[in-house]
Design a protein around this ligand. Structure first.
Ligand code: ZN
Length: 193
């Protein structure tokens, strides 16, 4: 990032020199007055430097936005190409197909999308005037939900508890837990949502 403030120290030196040689600004501008002309040049220089600094700021902002956009495009493109390659490699081999390459590190947008998938009201703030319940998620709860989503993502891509060698173990444990559960009467309004 370049320094994008005008050189005010330098401008002050010039202002001091003009004051010394031509005196303070006249109350009104008069053409041909050496002091007025000198101050006019000073103002012109100051305006130029400030405009230049503003342009440099704009350029830096544009550059960082552009580089963000390129990063996003490249990430999407990398994922797309990788999956095309994967598809081509496994074409005609049904036992090897059905794979998808995904990034190890989920982006923030992906986690937010997961949270929205899980709770469609994730991005909606609860109605504060509701007397007892309102759908939506409080802002202070969102980051913790995103952390949960990150754990689920890790789980899904094999960076969590799960690994293929634990497949049978998990299923057996599940069946066992289901089988040993004492039957409970269904609760009103319950059931799988
Ligand atoms: Zn003057």
């Amino acid at each position: 990032m370049t320094d994008t403030t005008p050189d005010y120290a330098g401008l002050n030196l010039i202002a001091e020199a003009i004051t010394e040689w031509f005196g303070e600004r006249c109350p009104d501008y008069a053409e041909g007055c050496p002091s007025c002309e000198a101050w006019k040049e000073y103002d012109r220089l100051r305006t130029l430097l400030e405009r230049n600094a503003a342009l440099e700021r704009e350029r830096d902002e544009f550059r960082s936005k552009l580089s963000e956009a390129i990063d996003e495009l490249m990430a999407a493109e990398a994922e797309r190409i990788a999956n095309e390659v994967l598809e081509a490699l496994t074409a005609g081999k049904p036992e090897q197909s059905g794979w998808k390459l995904v990034p190890k590190e989920p982006s923030r947008g992906r986690l937010i999308s997961m949270a929205v998938r899980h709770n469609h009201a994730f991005l909606i703030n609860p109605d504060p005037s509701a007397t007892w319940w309102s759908s939506g998620v409080k802002p202070e709860h969102r980051e913790s939900i995103l952390r949960n989503m990150k754990q689920l993502y890790e789980e899904a891509i094999g960076e969590g508890f799960y690994s293929p060698d634990k497949e049978a173990g998990y299923v057996t444990s599940f069946e066992k837990a289901q089988g040993s559960a004492s039957p409970t009467p269904p609760t009103a309004g319950g059931g799988d949502a």
